[in-house]
Ligand binder design. Structure first.
Ligand code: LCS
Length: 413
């Protein structure tokens, strides 16, 4: 019913994906870097938004709001947004929360930056699991709090939590905040109830605050089930949940995220210090998404599942020594290319120059991520096919070069 194969030109819309990659990936803020590809020739598999059209029901919701003609200061004051979102959570996750616990933010990242300041004293530390979405670390860095990493263990492509390591680090009395990515970016893990319970028990025992960043929770493979951490620990008030329509419905630019703060004191700090206004178009779009976006989402998930299968098959045939398991959640593929590329290789640079593909990888994910590339699969299949072909061709060409030069050296000897 929905056309996920449609190619939509995003240039001239100020899209990060098409026009912002130089600064974000390569730190090239004045556009002086040159590549063997024109900007429009790149296959873009980097920033975590989608190349699919936002569902029409959202666009219609925004249009309807446009018709009311005035866009003055706005804050979610009526019950209707809460109802739309809480019913979404009840339907999909069997979980609900009180209306007064819900506050809004112009994004989860700005909320993380604020929470680290509100929660941690200057000498206190923030812990998270690595590899990690780098902004977890930036939230600590920005506030001059120490970041503590607990490396996940990779068991043949499936990531597991090193509970002994996590427990030891959580027991440090200066560690006061755990930021959990549930489900996990970049590995794509959907944490099981048992894993969540073990993690949560360690936090409760050590009296840690927890932020459960659940921004990817709607984007699961179809055989998976998301469990909000707050559903497992309904009585633990030091647990903040973040969710958003932005990843789910491709509306990151509308900048509206849900933050659920059960603790009254922290909520009061938030309400007194946060800039508590919302964009009226974003509110209209988000409400329409939660009320009417589900059929679109279910079709999207089928398309994404197929993109993952396509990727798995393509890599098995063309890059057999890459280690890759289909992500349980997100539209992001996390691939180990250590059989082909050296740990000192700058991966985004290699693939931009040699393949004309924009991707993220290596130390962009804090640590425990050497030789990994992350591919955004939320694109039409024809684009995905071209991106994978270019990636595999670039690696295989490098392999041939290396073996040729090895043969030459042997012959010279
Ligand atoms: N939290 C996680 C775990 C994310 O992956 C992202 C976006 C955000 C928060 C951003 O939330 P916002 O402030 O937009 O509400 N992830 C991105 C990524 O991996 N690449 O580009 C964006």
């Amino acid at each position: 019913m929905y056309n996920f194969d449609e190619i939509i030109d995003r240039r001239n819309t100020n899209a990060m994906s098409t026009d912002g990659f130089r600064g974000y990936i390569f730190g090239d803020n004045d556009g002086s870097m040159t590549f063997p590809y024109k900007d429009e020739e790149f296959i873009r598999m980097w920033v975590a938004d989608m190349d699919f059209a936002t569902p029409q029901v959202i666009i219609d919701g925004i249009k309807e709001r446009l018709d009311s003609k005035i866009f003055g200061y706005t804050r979610i004051l009526s019950d209707s947004y809460y109802k739309a979102f809480v019913y979404w959570c009840i339907r999909r996750y069997g979980w609900s929360f009180e209306r007064k616990h819900l506050v809004m933010s112009n994004g989860i990242i700005p909320a993380l930056f604020e929470f680290v300041e509100y929660i941690c004293k200057p000498d206190e530390k923030v812990i998270f699991l690595t590899p990690s979405y780098a902004y977890f670390k930036y939230a600590a860095d920005y506030n001059h709090r120490e970041a503590i990493c607990s490396d996940l263990i990779n068991e043949k492509g499936r990531y597991l939590i090193d509970f002994d390591d996590f427990e030891r680090k959580a027991a440090d009395e200066k560690t006061t905040l755990f930021i959990l990515c549930n489900p996990h970016n970049p590995t794509g893990r959907v944490w099981t109830e048992e894993e969540l319970r073990r993690l949560g028990d360690i936090c409760v025992k050590n009296d840690l605050w927890i932020i459960s960043d659940e921004i990817h929770c709607d984007l699961l493979r179809r055989d998976q089930k998301h469990i909000p951490l707050a559903k497992v620990f309904p009585k633990y008030d030091k647990l903040i949940t973040c969710m958003a329509p932005s990843k789910t419905f491709n509306t990151a630019g509308l900048m509206l995220s849900n933050v659920i703060i059960p603790d009254e004191k922290l909520r009061e700090i938030w309400l007194s210090r946060h800039y508590n206004f919302d964009n009226p178009l974003s509110v209209a779009g988000a409400q329409a998404a939660y009320e009417k976006g589900e059929p679109w989402l279910e079709e999207l998930r089928i398309y994404l599942d197929d993109n993952f299968t396509f990727t798995k098959d393509y890599l098995a045939e063309n890059l057999p020594n890459a280690i890759f398991e289909i992500s349980e959640a997100t539209y992001l593929a996390w691939i180990n290319v250590s059989a082909y590329l050296d740990k000192n290789e700058n991966l985004p640079m290699f693939f931009a120059y040699k393949a004309g593909v924009l991707l993220e990888g290596g130390n962009m994910f804090v640590q425990n991520s050497d030789c990994y590339i992350r591919l955004n699969l939320a694109c039409p299949r024809s684009v995905l096919a071209e991106g994978l072909k270019r990636i595999c061709d670039a690696i295989n060409a490098k392999e041939e070069e290396t073996s040729e030069s090895e043969t030459n050296v042997k012959m010279e000897v």
